[in-house]
Design a protein around this ligand. Structure first.
Ligand SMILES: [Fe+2]
Length: 341
């Protein structure tokens, strides 16, 4: 009887060991993605054609995905996490979800200020100032600092101060100028609100075009999307607004990232690394630019995006992405204290 039990125990152990190794060798990468861009589909199928590795994608809201990975624990099927915003990638790091990744290829292709030990930026978006033509003089809104100037009283529209895009911008201001100056800025901006913060970046752009406010902040890919739109109302919106690259004589325009990393518990580590390296390839980099109107992180990639071309070149802030993470919590406290909700 005991022998029979032992036999069945051994059989079970063998079967589960076999299953685990089969899972590890399976040509698949489980991707948890918070990038909500339809165009990414083409990117993944091209990776599969080149490597034979299937991309199984689970999409979700940024914070929900992180929560899900944490709850799944050691059994999580997640291999790679892709998300937008440095502050969110930092949260994944702080939660201890990411595995340190050493890759000569990633280190050679991605500039040092756009990567950390366990996550990498794969594309860039700039946060620019949008103003109403004819109503606001662009000379008066050349820098982020100008948004706090009392001459813009009642003229500024904004999305919530809790949104990672604004948190990362404030984190960059803390990194460059210190907490006191950053708080002064946040209070000045709040004093200039035309209305309580609401909506996304595109809503702010439309509000500026509609004359509801004179100035707003927006990420460049939202602008490029409107520039490439065939809809007459989008064309009208773009005719009514102007775009300023802030801080060109100072530290440069704040850029945020879209990026990702490998999970500590990834069952397919080899495939995950291949996938991350693929995202830094010329082809994938071009895709980020042409498909979602973001800038590549890899230098010298040829683009075919008329909207990015029209937006032109600018001096980008070279602050290491890790610093945006460092000051994220402080940025939230400052926004809370300043009433930037
Ligand atoms: Fe966005």
């Amino acid at each position: 009887m005991q022998l029979a039990l032992l036999r069945s125990f051994i059989a079970c152990a063998l079967a589960s060991a076999f299953l685990a190794s089969a899972q590890a060798q399976e040509k698949v990468v489980n991707l948890y993605s918070a990038r909500h861009y339809q165009t990414d589909e083409a990117l993944y199928s091209s990776f599969t054609r080149q490597t034979g590795i299937t991309v199984k994608r689970i999409e979700g809201k940024e914070d929900e995905l992180l929560e899900r990975i944490r709850n799944e624990g050691a059994n999580s099927p997640a291999d790679v996490l892709l998300t937008v915003d440095a502050a969110r990638l930092a949260v994944a790091h702080e939660m201890g979800l990411l595995a340190p990744v050493r890759s000569k290829l990633l280190e050679a292709r991605i500039p040092a200020h756009l990567r950390t030990d366990d996550w990498f930026a794969f594309s860039l978006r700039a946060r620019v100032i949008v103003y109403a033509k004819g109503a606001v003089d662009p000379q008066e809104v050349k820098n982020y600092g100008d948004l706090a100037n009392p001459r813009l009283r009642g003229k500024l529209c904004s999305r919530s101060g809790s949104h990672p895009y604004n948190l990362s911008l404030l984190a960059s201001i803390i990194a460059h100028q210190g907490e006191a100056k950053a708080e002064e800025w946040a209070r000045g901006v709040v004093a200039n609100f035309a209305r309580a913060p609401k909506g996304g970046d595109t809503d702010q752009i439309r509000a500026v075009a509609a004359g509801e406010c004179g100035v707003a902040l927006a990420n460049t890919y939202y602008l490029a999307r409107l520039m490439r739109s065939d809809k007459p109302e989008d064309r009208k919106t773009m005719e009514r607004i102007g775009v300023v690259w802030p801080d060109q004589k100072g530290s440069g325009t704040h850029v945020n990232v879209s990026g990702g990393g490998m999970l500590k518990t990834a069952p397919h580590k080899e495939a995950a690394l291949k996938f991350l390296e693929y995202l830094a390839s010329d082809e994938a980099q071009r895709h980020f630019a042409d498909g979602n109107n973001e800038w590549p992180v890899v230098a010298g990639v040829k683009l075919g995006n008329p909207a990015l071309e029209e937006l032109g070149t600018f001096k980008a802030d070279k602050l290491p992405v890790g610093s945006l993470a460092t000051y994220r919590a402080k940025a939230q406290l400052i926004f809370d204290r300043s009433g930037y909700r």
